[in-house]
Write a protein that binds this ligand. Structure first.
Ligand code: GTP
Ligand code: MG
Length: 460
């Protein structure tokens, strides 16, 4: 199946490892001439006589001069990443040596690969569908355990499998409906409407679950923003420092210390949290700079995924707390209330003072109950564990197409309810299939492909 796409008889080459000095650097070639090109540069053995999936030690030599001692790995088509002949040259990790090896390959007829071109060929040769190819990019970009798990699940075809099942069911039914249309005079029904209705219900449930998972998918891919807000001196900056385990924000006993917002990320249980320390919320301030800071913190309350309202249990009154929580709830329904400085009055006394309020009591300075707060944050975001067996949508392109799938399923259901004719039903089914195929890349246009693969790195 390799090399069937026109204009694809060229062989591409690129450095597959990051540029710079390292222990080794891997240069990858893919295309019909990959074996020929490397063979010409590798006098030690005739690579054409070697089996696929074997490795060979020897020198890369051009114009009677040795460039490097390398290990050559052979992957003959079709059992390679791209589906074409692939050769990987592991050479020593000097950028100078690597460039010489790449140049030598170009002299023998290879062309420098563009970003994502290896994966694009894998997709066009049917080695991966589009969701799997996109998951490859996600895995490379993953920076937490959760994003790694979801990407791996999708590379293995977790999402594709669900879509394939949906597609097959719809195709089967659409075939029956179209058959009915051929016999329209005879008023027969090949397609069992009740069974079809069940099928559409199942498809709707599957689609809705996928759509719902996108919120979590976003969190996994981009992290969660948490605004830490509260009155001046409540301990916002201290909490940020304690969570980060370093002195990032300035802490002082002077109210109004933090003027601008400070942002830092931490990884809790495989999820990336972007903590935002804000200026204290004070209703009456005369200092204009502080006023602007406060305005910013109001903005942050609205924009962040989660708000931590922190208050000093010793100085805040229950009435003040209630008023502050009310203010925040107006702007963002996702918030946690945290009573700070329990080292002074004691956690039990604080709980009694604010009885009936749903708050967590900590001491940011003494690092008391910080783990509880972290746990609460993770639980609120994930609500249950991230299960690598579940398919989680992390890609906006998939989300948009799934919304269309969902809409067409709703239309099909409405059509069945209203007993619409087979030809109209067939039209809705085809529309639904179209959007599913758009996700997997069975139907796609060049611009979408170029866009997706341009976000890859060179050599992948
Ligand atoms: N005893 C005690 N003091 C604390 C605790 N957390 C913070 N403080 C003290 O409270 C004062 C204010 O802390 P900050 O972290 O600067 O408070 P902030 O909310 O960032 O204040 P602004 O930036 O001015 O709005 C400092 O003197 C801290 O050492 C705590 O858990 N216990
Ligand atoms: Mg501060």
């Amino acid at each position: 199946m390799a090399n069937q796409i026109s204009g694809w008889d060229d062989t591409i080459v690129a450095l597959a490892t990051p540029p710079g000095v390292g222990a080794i650097g891997i240069i990858r070639l893919s295309g019909s001439k990959a074996m020929d090109i490397v063979n010409e540069l590798f006098p030690s053995k005739d690579l054409h006589k070697q089996k696929t999936h074997t490795i060979h030690v020897g020198f890369i030599r051009e114009d009677d001069a040795d460039i490097d001692e390398v290990v050559v790995s052979l992957y003959k088509n079709p059992t390679s990443y791209t589906g074409e002949d692939v050769v990987e040259i592991s050479c020593h990790g000097s950028p100078f040596v690597q460039q010489q090896v790449i140049q030598a390959c170009i002299h023998k007829g290879a062309r420098l690969a563009q970003a994502g071109e290896f994966t694009q060929r894998a997709f066009l040769n049917g080695k991966l569908d589009l969701t799997q190819a996109e998951a490859v990019a996600d895995l490379i970009a993953s920076n937490t355990a959760a994003s790694q798990k979801t990407a791996l699940h999708n590379i293995r075809g977790g999402f594709s499998e669900i879509l394939k099942q949906l597609r097959e069911n719809l195709i089967q039914f659409s075939a029956l409906i179209e058959l009915e249309l051929d016999f329209s005079q005879e008023d027969v029904e090949f397609a069992d409407r009740k069974k079809f209705y069940e099928l559409i219900e199942t498809a709707t449930t599957v689609t809705k679950n996928l759509l719902q998972s996108f919120q979590l998918g976003n969190v996994i891919k981009h992290g969660v923003s948490i605004a830490i807000v509260g009155k001046p001196n409540a301990g916002k900056s201290t909490l940020l420092n304690t969570l980060l385990n370093e002195n990032r924000a300035i802490v002082s006993e002077i109210a109004g210390t933090t003027r601008d917002t400070v942002e830092e990320t931490i990884n809790i249980d495989g999820i990336l949290f972007r903590l935002i320390d804000t200026a204290g919320i004070r209703e009456h301030s005369t200092d204009i700079i502080e006023l602007i800071g406060i305005e910013k913190s109001r903005e942050k309350i609205e924009q962040s995924d989660e708000v931590v309202y922190i208050f000093d249990v010793n100085t805040e009154t229950p009435a003040e707390l209630e008023a502050a929580v009310g203010l925040i709830a107006e702007k963002n329904t996702h918030y946690i209330t945290v009573g700070n400085k329990t080292d002074i009055m004691g956690a039990d006394a604080a709980a009694r003072k604010f009885a009936g309020m749903d708050a967590l009591y900590i001491s940011a300075k003494e690092k008391d109950h910080i783990d509880l707060l972290k746990q609460r944050l993770v639980d609120k975001i994930v609500s249950g564990n991230i299960n690598p067996e579940n398919t989680i949508i992390t890609n906006a392109r998939h989300y948009e197409a799934l919304q269309q799938v969902n809409q067409s399923l709703t239309d099909i259901k409405a059509g069945l309810d209203n007993n619409i004719t087979g030809d109209l039903l067939a039209l809705d089914i085809r529309r639904c299939l179209h959007y599913i195929s758009e996700i997997t890349g069975d139907i796609t246009n060049e611009h979408v492909l170029d866009y997706i693969f341009s976000k890859f790195c060179i050599g992948k």
